[in-house]
Write a protein that binds this ligand. Sequence first.
Ligand code: MD3
Ligand code: FE
Length: 217
Amino acid sequence: MTLDLFADLEQDWTWREELCPGAVVLRRFAMPDDTAISAALHNVTEQAPFRHMMTPGGFRMSVAMTNCGSYGWVTDCTGYRYDTVDPESGKPWPIMPGLLLKLAQEAAVQAGFEGFEPDACLINRYNPRARLTLHQDKDERDLNEPIVSVSLGLPAVFLFGGLRRGDKSLRVLLSHGDVAVWGGPARLRYHSVLPLKEGYHPLTGGHRINLTFRKAA
Ligand code: MD3
Ligand code: FE
């Protein structure tokens, strides 16, 4: 009796929330590895520091970004693309840490996407008031491949829309350790992140970090 009770309690550290067909949030899935993830990220950002990129429209992004993996997502006055080289250094992006790759693949399997082999990890850093305006992720070559997102640090309100820009959206709070996976019928849904509220998190201080694992090529 007592042993069964402990078995149930031990399974409550993570749970899943289906947002719609093809999109699921694995709550706190990354939490057991958070310090190791943070250490791996520090190593990446030493080689490829966070920077505020420019949109093709001439705006400086409020979210600071960098990448690891064979490909990195970049934006400049000429447009959006995936590039094997960091334009700031002229060097290849840092290697995707094995721990991060494993986490993304385990999350993909949990969400029903077997055989996910991400070759790009976009790393977003939100300061207070930073936000991401409504967009679709469609710069990847094969849109049948899912995307896995890992949220760390301060929570953010994520707006999960439909397949058309004007569709009504669902508000989802993404908190420390939450992993979202979307693909299939949800792959091209519009989404945005509301301006980050000020706060303090023991792992990230005054920031929110979001990692998105993609198969770019
Ligand atoms: C999209 N990042 O980098 S990922 C991006 O929190 C990006 O930094 C956001 O959008 C961030 O392109 C959000 C979380 C997410 C979760 C579920 C989704 C994005 C989704 C479901 C459908 C489409
Ligand atoms: Fe996105």
